[in-house]
Design a protein around this ligand. Sequence first.
Ligand SMILES: Cc1cc2nc3c(=O)[nH]c(=O)nc-3n(C[C@H](O)[C@H](O)[C@H](O)COP(=O)(O)O)c2cc1C
Length: 319
Amino acid sequence: MEGVIDAVTRELLTRRAGFDWTVTEFVRVVDTRLPPRVFLRHCPELAGGDAPATPSGVPVHLQLLGSDPAALAANARQALRLGAASLDLNFGCPAKLVNRHDGGASMLRDPRRLHAAVSAVHAAVGDTLPVTAKIRLGFADRRLALACARAAEDGGARRLVVHGRTRNEGYRPPAHWEWIDRIRRHLTIPVVANGDIWTLEDYWKARTLSGCRDVMLGRGALADPGLAPRIRHWQATGECLPATPWAERARVLSDYAAAQRSALPGKIVVSLLKQWLNLMRGRDAEAARRFQALRRLTELDAFLGGLGAPRDARRAAPA
Ligand SMILES: Cc1cc2nc3c(=O)[nH]c(=O)nc-3n(C[C@H](O)[C@H](O)[C@H](O)COP(=O)(O)O)c2cc1C
């Protein structure tokens, strides 16, 4: 998730078992082949030499966003050279700036263009690198939902994530999981349901209504870092784990700060922590209380003190 989930977040969220794979923030492709440093910035896990993965071994898929088939193909080849093990194409981003330049969800207005983009990338990397795609249900309405999904499949996508809203629905609830089912029934590739999965109950409803075996977590994974492990535990045992305690949430936030503070100014780290805490507060009363109390603070150690995180998590990372 752009501006939200970087390599440090991926590392923290995958420490406990739960995720099968993760995706980078999108690499924006316009009309040129991007230099390796851009790919490495989005996906530092590429530097490890092996297939990119978090330290706990969860694969990291590289995501490209663009509309020009030739430029996407050139960057797909570049990603392959750099060691990417799979490529995801973003046709869901609703940002005005991105859409104005014909990227993300604006491709949902024309399934032929979506098909051209996927098949160019598929042709560029052959079968060495699985190509996957992510779509919404449409741009302004859902009329082309199935046509877009089919375009991705026919273009060579091996899996399709469907965010159950149109571009114009932004992030407003509800996500239409039953519409994902209408798409899934017509495709032969696996379809993954996405949108508004915040709890174990949401997971169950999304699976039931979409008919999908797998789901993708977005904001819910940040709002509750214990969500993916809770889902996994329930799958394995049928037991519902108790709600993630505040101490565990605070530990994740302070581990995040400890990892970021050697690279970023304290004030920036505080604003990133506020962004994360802001997502947590909608789902957790203690997070809401702490957010209210800390929202005017800009000094990192004071902020971490206010989180009440365990002491060892607050120390500065070595220079
Ligand atoms: C701030 C933000 C950034 C996002 N960036 C990306 C991105 O880079 N690539 C992507 O495929 N989806 C991105 N998304 C969309 C999410 O992956 C997800 O599809 C969407 O939020 C719906 O799922 P949710 O309701 O579980 O959050 C972003 C969403 C948000 C809120």
